[in-house]
Design a protein around this ligand. Structure first.
Ligand SMILES: [Fe+2]
Length: 234
């Protein structure tokens, strides 16, 4: 069901948006019920491998938890279904970024590579913010193997359940000032963002811009987010 919805997304348009912007909206992939079921998992501590208090590490304010394996079925299904079309784009990006790497067509083979290199811990996560919380600009790099895309799902209803808390992307350009992007997501809506770089076309081939992402302070209410990172962590 989710897999067929993902297969039916306008991948040509998503491809073009990733190349030109560094992120692409995927539209509403989860129903309200799926969002509510997924965020309800947050209270279930035994299905997570670790919990991070962001203030403790000065990552921001608020907390998040990384799921343990086996991932909840919906999270596993999203990760498996989103990976293959993104791997095709990732393989186009690597030479344009002057990076080595060839991503296999399916997630299990990619994870075999991660695990063989010591990146064995699962990285999909649930984030929970309340008023005053925020997430500093960062990149989710957890080892040498980096899949160039990750997907963010908003699980709460903006305006009804929270205000503020926009997803922020900052694109640093070489020898130029940075560009800021704001992505407001509705409940169930997803966006694919670059993990680290975007290949930008210059007069002499491609150069890299460097992206960091974060969340602006929540003004009121609470916001849950699901993050799907594809590479595992050391
Ligand atoms: Fe992140």
């Amino acid at each position: 069901m989710i897999a067929s919805k993902i297969a039916g997304l306008p991948w040509t348009k998503i491809h073009d948006r990733l190349w030109t912007l560094g992120y692409a909206r995927l539209g509403q992939l989860l129903t309200r019920a799926q969002c509510e079921e997924t965020r309800a998992l947050y209270a279930n501590r035994e299905i997570f491998r670790s919990r991070i208090d962001m203030a403790r590490f000065r990552f921001g304010r608020g907390e998040y938890q990384y799921f343990a394996y086996p991932l909840p079925p919906l999270v596993a299904e999203l990760r498996e279904a989103l990976y293959p079309p993104l791997a095709v784009i990732a393989n186009e990006w690597m030479p344009a970024l002057s990076l080595k790497g060839n991503f296999p067509a399916d997630l299990s083979k990619f994870l075999d590579h991660c695990h063989a290199r010591g990146q064995k811990r699962p990285t999909p996560l649930l984030l929970h913010y309340v008023a005053g919380d925020f997430n500093c600009l960062h990149q989710d790099l957890y080892g040498d193997i980096v899949f160039p895309f990750q997907v963010v799902f908003c699980l709460s209803r903006p305006e009804d359940e929270f205000t503020g808390g926009e997803l922020l992307l900052v694109e640093q350009r070489p020898r130029a000032q940075s560009v800021g992007h704001v992505v407001n997501l509705k409940q169930g809506e997803a966006v694919v963002i670059t993990t680290r770089y975007r290949p930008a076309k210059g007069t002499r081939g491609y150069y890299r811009t460097n992206f960091r992402h974060g969340v602006s302070p929540i003004q009121s209410g609470e916001r849950f987010t699901l993050g799907i990172v594809f590479h595992d962590a050391v």
